[in-house]
Structure formats: C-alpha cells, structure tokens
Design a protein around this ligand. Structure first.
Ligand code: PLP
Length: 457
C-alpha cells in the first residue's frame, strides 16, 4: 500500500475507534479535511464549543470540543496591532515608495519608520536592515550573496547539519559554482560545538552559517561563541569570513542584538512573530561584502531590488517591536506550558523520547518521538480532535522522508518518523495543554496497538 494510503487508513481506524464518531461506518467517511468556516476567521484559535454540524454528504459530524493551535513554528496569526498598522497601506496609502509625489512619500515614510523600528530591536543602523520576501530569501541572500562576493578570496562554506533547508540547499547550490561545504555535525541534543566550527575553518573559508534556534527541536545554538571564534581566526589569517545566523525561530524569545551576537548577517521572517507572510528581514553589517541576487530598480540600497511591500514591511516592523517588548513575559508563559506538556506526555505515555536539548531549547518547543508508530496518523487524529501540530517528516516532499534534523541527532529513521512537534504561542493556555494531554495518550495507545505501517509498504 502506498505510504500516504497507509497513513490515511490508520487514521480511518482511529475514527472507527473514536467514541464520538458513532459506529464502524465512520471509518468509511472520506478523510479529506475540509476547513470549517471558522478557520477563515483571523483569530483561528478562537475556542469553539462542542456543536453538531453536517459534513458534505449531510451526515452529522461532531466538532472537536476545542481548537488548539500549537504550530507556531510553522506560522503565527497576524497580531491585531500589525494588522491595523498595515491596513491603510492596502487602501488609501497605496503609493509606490519610490515615486516622488506626496502620496508615494507617505509610503516612503512608512518604510523608513519601519526600518528604524527594526534597527532598534536589532541594535543596528537602519541602513543595515534589508526587507526581503521572507526567511527563505534572507537565508539565500546571506549564503549565496555573501559567498559570491568573496569568491576571489576563497571557496569554502561552513554550516551545521540541523539548518533549515533554506540554508542547506543554498550551500549545496553553491557547490555548482565551485564552492565546497563543510557540514558540522551536532551532538544528540542538537547542539553545535563551537570548537568544531573553529576547527573546520580553512584558509579558503568565506562564510559560516549557524542558526540561532532550531525550528524542529528548538535547540539554541551558541552563536555568540561561534562568531567570536570564527572572527578571531579570520583576524589571525587577515581575511574576511562572514558569519550569518538564521534567527527565524528565535524572534520573540531570544535577544536579536546583532552587536552582542557578533554576526555580520541575520535572517528573520515576519510570519513567525505575529507579522504577515511573505516578508523577511536581513540584517547586513555595514561594509560586509555582498553580491545582490535580485537586481532591477535598485531598491534597498541596491541590495534587493523590487517595489517595496509597504503594508508587509509596516506589519513586520510593528509585530517585531511587540514581540521583542513582550519577549520575557511570553517566554515565561510558554515555558511553563511547555514543561507541563512534556511532563504530562512523559507521565501518561510509555516509551517517549524528548528530542532537542533539555534546557537550551526555545521556551515554546516540544518535540517528542513515540517509537513504534508514525507521526502522521497521530497528527491527523489530533486534527480531528481540533489540535494542530506538526510531525517529524518532511511532508513537503511526497516521500515523507524522516526529518534531517532528527536524523542528525541520531534518531533512527523509524523513530524520526514517529515524532511530533508542538510549538506553543502566547494565546495558548493551561486548558489547551490539558486538552492535548486528554486526547494524545489515547491516540498513541490505539496506534501502538495497530500493525506498523512498515507492514503496508
Ligand atoms: C529556521 C527557519 N529558517 C527559515 C525559514 C523560512 O522562512 P519563510 O517561511 O519566511 O520562507 C523557516 C520557516 O519555517 C525556518 O523555520
């Protein structure tokens, strides 16, 4: 049986067992998940009470008792302040920020103000802030634009095994242009050893990219230490080595002070911290060599051409300021929930593995493996209960490959496939955690009682 079908049939059997579904025929119901109307409402995480509704065939369906969004590492809802700030730039203030008339100057002013706000959070100059189309573009621009600018001085890049694919694939792509990449491995908690990075530096190294916090397992990397060691080695060699960090998952929880971190480039993505999708930020220290990947009208001081996404930029800056201001309180809140969720899972479900570092981890990240089962059926079963989370497989690829991050920390492929990630947000509550703890053990137990999906392959 194809893998997807096997997963769907497992989920059908979860339905069959579920007391709410009312009998064995429930398993015959198509598993196409139709977003209920309330999902189109911006405040996705609105609680809904248990009510009956009808599915597409007119069969009565029971809505989950609760909606619990725990996939904030995937994306976050736009915060109301950012949304309000953006609205005028979609309607009345629609001018192109590059034009010279008054209407356009309103847009220019808005972009300049947004840049100043971002610069204050990053502790840098406004001119060192570049707006992009997202975290992926910021990472690509940093890795490729930095390496290409220094290709006369060397052809070696260093990164870590747990980076986001936006960095890893950018490094791989550079190999087609004569660059070589050293991928530094991590320990079993996902930590990069700064000395291992320093040891990997050669007389050809031009760029080092290590993320601030991992998107899957939440492990926080010693970027400050890595940057200091690399810079010391670069100084000793009398050469430039650019240090970049992907801070996409760190925003809202960790300090983004680029001076303190000692990095030359830092990537952010607005939709991870309450801003809109499709807007990124790239900090680029003044004087850092850079080969622009996107050329055209010369916007962003020739470093990233294209008409500015004014509403998006305004929303990104507003959200970043708020996320940074609330950082300590938000971290305390989600860390408490995270610890309750981890303790609750470990107490209620036998044979659970926690992925990531026990302490040096993002306060909102819970990543666990349930050996013996697949993550996807659990995920789909949770979805039917109104809980939105994520799994340890690269579902964007049809093959459902186990996550490269879980593989890098030494999880065997079958254990990696049986992993779940919950990433909490400030709107989550203790009741949400209790609800997850109410529905999850049952799902895991049922799936563990079923034959493994390997049998279907
Ligand atoms: C660590 C990390 N880097 C980069 C990205 C890409 O960001 P974007 O979705 O804005 O392209 C993500 C998105 O999940 C991420 O988690």
């Amino acid at each position: 049986m194809p893998r997807q079908c096997a997963i769907r049939s497992s989920t059908a059997r979860i339905l069959e067992w579920s007391p709410e579904t009312g009998g064995p025929n429930a398993s015959l119901r198509p598993l196409t998940i139709v977003p209920p109307p309330f999902l189109t409402f911006p405040m996705l995480y609105l609680r809904v009470s248990a009510t009956s509704r009808e599915d597409q065939k007119g069969m009565p369906m029971t809505q989950p008792a609760r909606m619990v969004y725990t996939d904030h590492a995937a994306t976050t809802p736009v915060c109301p302040e950012a949304l309000q700030a953006m609205l005028p730039y979609f309607s009345t203030l629609y001018g192109n920020a590059s034009s010279i008339y008054t209407l356009a100057q309103e847009s220019r002013k808005a972009v300049d103000t947004a840049r100043e706000k971002v610069a204050r959070v990053l502790n840098c100059r406004p001119s060192e802030v570049i707006f992009t189309s997202g975290g992926t573009e910021s990472d690509n621009a940093a890795v490729k634009g930095g390496a290409l600018a220094l290709k006369q001085t060397g052809n070696h890049i260093i990164t870590s095994a747990v980076e986001h694919h936006a960095v890893l694939h950018a490094c791989q792509q550079m190999e087609q242009f004569g660059f070589a990449t050293t991928v530094v491995s991590v320990d079993k908690s996902g930590l990069v050893d700064p000395d291992a990075v320093a040891r990997a530096v050669t007389g050809q190294t031009v760029l080092v990219s290590v993320m601030l916090a991992n998107n899957e397992i939440g492990t926080i990397q010693p970027v400050e230490e890595i940057a200091a060691l690399v810079k010391a080695e670069a100084k000793r060699q009398g050469r430039t080595i650019i240090v970049h960090t992907d801070a996409v998952q760190a925003a809202g929880y960790l300090s983004l002070d680029v001076r303190k971190l000692g990095v030359d480039m830092l990537s952010l993505s607005a939709h991870k911290f309450g801003g809109p999708k499709g807007v990124g930020i790239l900090y680029m220290r003044r004087g850092v060599p850079f080969f622009p990947l996107i050329v055209g009208g010369g916007q962003e001081r020739e470093r990233r051409s294209g008409t500015e996404n004014v509403p998006g930029i305004v929303g990104a800056a507003e959200a970043l300021v708020l996320a940074d201001k609330d950082r300590d309180a938000a971290s305390r809140h989600v860390a408490k929930l995270r610890d309750q969720l981890i303790a609750g899972i470990q107490a209620r479900i036998p044979n659970v593995l926690l992925n990531g570092h026990p302490e040096k981890r993002l306060p909102n990240n819970v990543n666990v493996s349930f050996p013996g089962i697949e993550g996807e059926p659990v995920l789909l079963g949770l979805d039917l209960k109104g809980v939105f989370a994520s799994s340890g497989s690269a579902c964007s690829t049809a093959s459902l490959e186990p996550s490269h991050v879980l593989t890098a920390i030494g999880r065997p492929a079958d254990v990696a496939r049986g992993s779940l990630r919950f990433t909490l947000g400030h709107e989550n509550s203790e009741e949400d955690v209790q609800y997850i703890l109410q529905v999850l053990p049952d799902l895991v137990q049922k799936l563990r009682g079923m034959p493994s999906l390997a049998a279907h392959r």
